[in-house]
Design a protein around this ligand. Structure first.
Ligand SMILES: C[S@@+](CC[C@H](N)C(=O)[O-])C[C@H]1O[C@@H](n2cnc3c(N)ncnc32)[C@H](O)[C@@H]1O
Length: 314
């Protein structure tokens, strides 16, 4: 679907969002979210209005080029009408294309070739995931990231762990292996189908007794955990808009010295480019700001694959 974005410099972005939502609500469905962002849904397209400091970002998406031009036109006309006190410059540009991988592929290959190789079981799991899930297999962590997780869990002496985002179980195996015999991993996912593959491989790896699977929205599972600090390790690799809420449930439950690891904090490079104002990019930028400003933890962001943040509870 074609889309385009206009960044409009103005000291009154919130006011314009409210005015646009109120007026366009007569000819379209218009909603204002709690975070101040507005969405106008027309018959053949939508426009998301995102206020930020000194700027209003408008992202239009439509069925085809003609409908896109119509969405741009109606939003621009209304905005200019409201701007009695200032002269606004509204230039629509095609939406940015997805940036390339942050990590140079040659570097990625070199890192993979110089980390303890995956054993037969993990290689089989990766191959089966590719066969069974096609494109979705990209969600699986890479082997060097898995080896990093096992090492972090072992080095920290973690015994009780939580994982948010299981898929076919690669990262669960890496975490559970590091926990040792007495360890326990609570694995959260919403997909019974994908985790049925995980269950088979946990069994084969001799780890089924160490991993407890909960099929439910992860936020429900986390909120039901005891409130006191009892976790040593948490790994978050699920829906990106959920990250801030998962983090807020997990950090108070970490023991002092416990680790929380967040995957995909670069989001394929989108976090660095303000042109990306989609929900995932906005949530991940917010997540990264929350961690760096959080006095409860010390943290480091690493260029491992798509970016990994490791935060340690003080
Ligand atoms: C990126 S994959 C996880 C990859 C996994 N860590 C691995 O190494 O293979 C994301 C997973 O999050 C799950 N997921 C998405 N939304 C969720 C939610 N609200 N609660 C729990 N799991 C969710 C998806 O079903 C998917 O299996």
């Amino acid at each position: 679907m074609p889309s385009s974005t206009a960044h409009v410099d103005t000291p009154r972005p919130e006011r314009y969002v409210k005015q646009l939502i109120s007026h366009l609500g007569h000819k379209a469905t218009a909603e204002l979210a709690d975070d101040g962002r507005g969405t106008v849904t027309f018959q053949h397209g939508t426009c998301v209005l995102a206020p930020a400091a000194g700027r209003l970002t408008m992202t239009a998406t439509a069925e085809d080029a003609e409908a896109l031009a119509a969405v741009q036109d109606v939003v621009t006309r209304h905005l200019l009408r409201f701007a009695a006190q200032e002269e606004l410059k509204v230039d629509w540009a095609s939406a940015p294309s997805a940036p390339g991988p942050v990590l140079d592929p040659a570097v990625g290959d070199y890192l993979l070739a110089h980390c303890t190789p995956a054993d037969e079981l993990l290689r089989e799991l990766a191959a089966e995931t590719h066969r069974a899930t096609g494109d979705a297999a990209r969600m699986q962590i890479s082997h060097d990231e898995g080896a990093f997780l096992t090492m972090l869990v072992r080095m920290s002496g973690a015994r009780r762990a939580v994982e948010v985002g299981v898929f076919t179980g690669y990262s669960s195996i890496c975490i559970a292996r590091g926990l040792g015999e007495e360890g326990h991993l609570l694995a959260c996912d919403v997909s019974a189908e994908w985790t049925s593959v995980a269950r088979r491989y946990w069994e084969r790896a001799g780890l089924a007794g160490r991993i407890e699977l909960r099929i439910a929205p992860a936020i429900e599972t986390l909120r039901a955990l005891p409130a006191e600090p009892h976790l040593d390790f948490a790994f978050v690799d699920a829906d990106k808009t959920g990250y801030p809420a998962y983090y807020e449930e997990l950090v108070p439950r970490l023991r002092p010295g416990g680790l929380i690891v967040l995957d995909n904090v670069f989001l394929g490079g989108r976090v660095f480019d303000p042109a990306f104002q989609d929900d995932d990019s906005v949530a991940m930028r917010r997540m990264n700001e929350i961690v760096v400003g959080d006095d409860r933890v010390e943290s480091v962001m690493l260029p491992v694959r798509d970016g990994v943040t490791v935060a340690r509870r003080r």
